[in-house]
Design a binder for this molecule. Structure first.
Ligand SMILES: NC(=O)c1ccc[n+]([C@@H]2O[C@H](COP(=O)([O-])OP(=O)(O)OC[C@H]3O[C@@H](n4cnc5c(N)ncnc54)[C@H](OP(=O)(O)O)[C@@H]3O)[C@@H](O)[C@H]2O)c1
Length: 314
């Protein structure tokens, strides 16, 4: 970790003005994955580049390619994907848009889900399936080695040690550089670490969804990257007139920027990967890297989230 948002000299503070549209992801600082791969903390998730139901080709192919290229232009060096997005579509789009890849670009992909149809996800952690999935990702991404390969889910029908062991074998063969997990508990990470080093964990997390706080704490202690998926799911809070919108308006930023700035400030191991199929939304989200929230704003947000929760439970 080289920098927290507070170190940035280019930021627009929450008390003074807008998140500049020329801002780049670099203002979010860096994180070192597995001690040898440095990434800019604000990354990009590519699941939403595919068709409806995370199935098939994009709504607008040219814009999907443009989004990926613009992400790199805006300083993003960490791109998340999976063989199951499309399936295969997201990985192919990444290669089409960005290969040959910039030297500092880290592509993180995942395996462990079969896709029988739109919105259908079936876990498959059998060793032969995971091996074939990894080989397919290598081919589609046109890589000799995948920098970060994440087990999309631990399949409860297969011993966890067999699944992690398969990824370790692929690492030993030079096909994977680092290994990550997704939707896991601290105990599952600990268990996996008895087999192989785990450098990242991808769990659902946002301003309004903190179920995995204890996993985040564990990642901080172990210096494991915590990659929150669904980072913009502010739910009712982001609806017009909601409390988050009021805070965002006061700061002259959007609710998405506020939700992302909060995540970046929540922990130095946080690597948000907001996803979008639109260049305009990408630019808006990247500008969140320059937003610094002061203590009073953080308190205001906490009260807003708490009161929305109380209202929701009535
Ligand atoms: N490990 C896992 O199990 C798992 C599960 C889900 C996702 N993921 C990863 O996490 C990434 C992010 O998660 P996610 O895509 O589910 O959720 P998200 O990033 O919170 O939300 C994406 C949605 O928000 C919209 N959006 C993005 N920026 C916006 C903006 N500035 N203003 C208004 N709307 C905006 C997008 O629509 P538009 O396209 O219209 O902008 C899209 O529908 C995915 O791309 C994927 O890489 C991982």
């Amino acid at each position: 970790m080289s920098k927290t948002p507070h170190d940035s000299s280019t930021h627009a503070s929450s008390t003074h003005g807008h998140a500049a549209s020329t801002a780049t992801a670099k203002a979010s600082g860096t994180f070192r994955l597995g001690d040898d791969l440095t990434v800019i903390r604000l990354g990009f998730g590519t699941m939403r580049l595919t068709g409806k139901g995370i199935w098939g080709e994009p709504r607008d192919h040219d814009e999907a390619i443009q989004v990926l290229r613009r992400a790199v232009e805006l300083g993003i060096t960490f791109i998340d994907t999976a063989d199951s997005y499309g399936p295969e579509v997201s990985e192919r789009l990444i290669a089409e848009a960005l290969h040959p890849y910039p030297a500092d670009l880290v592509i993180a992909t995942k395996g462990g889900f079969e896709r029988p149809g739109p919105d259908q996800w079936v876990t498959n952690g059998r060793p032969e399936y995971l091996r074939a999935a990894c080989e397919g990702s290598l081919r589609r991404l046109r890589l000799d080695r995948i920098d970060l390969y994440q087990l999309h889910r631990i399949d409860t029908a297969v011993p966890a040690a067999d699944q992690i062991g398969t990824l370790k074998a692929l690492q030993d063969e030079g096909k994977i550089r680092h290994i990550g997990l997704s939707e896991v508990t601290a105990a599952q990470i600990e268990q996996a670490q008895t087999i192989v080093p785990i450098v990242s964990v991808q769990n659902r997390y946002s301003l309004t969804d903190r179920e995995h706080n204890s996993v985040l704490d564990y990642c901080e202690r172990e210096n494991i990257a915590f990659i929150p998926w669904y980072p913009l799911a502010a739910g009712a809070l982001s609806e017009p007139g909601g409390p988050i919108e009021r805070v965002a308006r006061r700061l002259h930023i959007t609710t998405s920027q506020l939700a992302l700035a909060w995540l970046l400030q929540r922990s130095p191991v946080m690597l948000p990967i907001p996803g979008t199929s639109r260049v305009a939304h990408l630019e808006e989200n990247v500008a969140a890297a320059s937003v610094v929230l002061d203590d009073q704003t953080i308190q205001e947000l906490e009260s807003a989230v708490a009161s929305a929760r109380r209202a929701g439970s009535r």
